[in-house]
Design a protein around this ligand. Structure first.
Ligand code: SF4
Ligand code: SF4
Length: 71
């Protein structure tokens, strides 16, 4: 069974929210944590709903997201 997931490098995130605007599934939001830069990094609300489309990784200017697809 194929599954998709994203890995978020929280320390690189500057909370610009671009990925939040572009995720077609509306799965991304700012977390309550604070990273080393002083920002609330992005988190994914439900990995199981991620389609692995890769849009978040494409639009992020800071290369925070890595998208994996496994079979
Ligand atoms: S890979 Fe696509 S569906 Fe999954 S979080 Fe990123 S933009 Fe949303
Ligand atoms: S686009 Fe990148 S830097 Fe901006 S909020 Fe999303 S993960 Fe963070």
């Amino acid at each position: 069974m194929e599954s998709e997931k994203i890995v978020i490098n929280k320390e690189r995130c500057k909370a610009c929210e671009i990925c939040i605007c572009f995720c077609p599934e509306h799965l991304l939001e700012l977390s309550g944590e604070i990273n080393g830069k002083g920002y609330h990094p992005v988190m994914i609300s439900d990995q199981s709903k991620c389609t692995g489309c890769g849009i978040c990784a494409l639009v992020c200017p800071d290369l925070v997201m890595t998208v994996y697809k496994t079979c």
